[in-house]
Design a protein around this ligand. Sequence first.
Ligand code: PRP
Length: 216
Amino acid sequence: MSEEMRYLTFALGKGRLANQTLELLEEIGITCEEIKDKSSRKLIFVNEELKLKFFLAKGPDVPTYVEYGAADIGVVGKDTLLEEGRRAYEVLDLGFGKCKMCVCGPESARELLQHHEMIRVASKYPKIAKDYFYNKKHQTVDIIKLNGSVELGPIVGLSDVIVDIVETGSTLKANGLQVLEEICPLSARMIVNQVSMRMESERIRKLISDIKERLA
Ligand code: PRP
């Protein structure tokens, strides 16, 4: 490694996606031992040999770090990319974290989606919800932003339907709700800062091709 080689920094969304990303990186020879210590409260980790840094951020902040160049590379769900609308190159679908963005609710709400009625939609993803109802369905709706446990919306009478992620469907089932419409498929994506892509193109291209080969 040359003296002047700079660090490439990865921003990973805390949680399951970060763990799966680290497993994938390990398979292509990129390891970071200290990040595996789950008891640690440390947020940033370094691999001196490969000149790599990793930090763990809240998912929705990952595209922000990448847009501003505080991270060269990020791994985050497509849902977050759509919602945050940040500037970055989306270079790879990593194939894990597969799920769907859906409109969900009780069966009785299905007809509310047929006649352009003014309904209430609760979601952690107000932008995705708005885009779907306004631009795709041409239905004017009242969007209510929630921060989690969105399935409560129709149950407690806050909203008619929700726009949320469905993976196994077990949360819906346990709460008597159904998928009423599918909006789009989701999975983990790798994103790259636009300047980094030019300045560090050799290292980043190699990384992308190693991952592609591994995924194939
Ligand atoms: C997500 C999502 C659903 C659930 C879907 O919530 O918002 O509630 O997972 O998964 P399933 O179809 O396999 O049941 P998460 O666990 O991230 O927590 P949150 O409700 O606090 O957002």
